[in-house]
Design a protein around this ligand. Structure first.
Ligand code: SF4
Ligand code: SF4
Length: 152
């Protein structure tokens, strides 16, 4: 089922996106460019907010999947824009409606827990065989359960 524009507009209101006055502080402090080795303006917090306010399509491409949900932008925004919450809620909505090709699911419980772009970048950065970094494929709950069992 498609995500209705009213649902995105509710998130825009709830997360106060219309209060953005384009200062760019969120994008300046955002770690995405460092983590991914560069990022297009359209995928930065400021760029995504701009697209959202212009009613651009945010769910069929990779636009909303780069955010690392660190909350630096939300904490530092002088206008009270909650970008992190906007992205998280929109991702949940996207996965629930079947736009889930960008969301990695836990190999134990099957729940979405991480963008695939982030997962792939982490694997590359760790520079090890995927089998030896099993925890990257588990959500935080299953990871805790699996590794605490292994330690006993
Ligand atoms: S820090 Fe806040 S006001 Fe400034 S561009 Fe980002 S969201 Fe807009
Ligand atoms: S929450 Fe996302 S957009 Fe905001 S600073 Fe962190 S990585 Fe960047």
């Amino acid at each position: 089922m498609k995500i209705r524009q009213e649902e995105i507009e509710k998130l825009i209101t709830d997360c106060n996106l219309s209060a953005c006055f384009e200062c760019g502080k969120c994008t300046a402090g955002c770690p995405m460019a460092d983590f991914f080795g560069g990022i297009k303006y359209g995928n930065t917090p400021r760029g995504v907010i701009e697209k959202a306010l212009l009613n651009a399509d945010l769910v069929t491409g990779d636009t909303i999947w780069y955010c690392l949900t660190c909350e630096v932008c939300t904490k530092g925004c002088p206008s009270g824009v909650c970008f992190r919450d906007f992205v998280e809620e929109l991702r949940k909505l996207a996965v629930a409606r079947g736009f889930d090709s960008y969301g990695a699911k836990c190999k134990c419980c099957g729940n979405y827990f991480l963008p695939t772009i982030t997962q792939k970048t982490l694997i590359k950065k760790l520079d090890r065989e995927a089998e030896s970094i099993d925890y990257i494929f588990l959500c935080p709950v299953c990871r805790r359960r699996t590794f605490s069992r292994a330690r006993k």
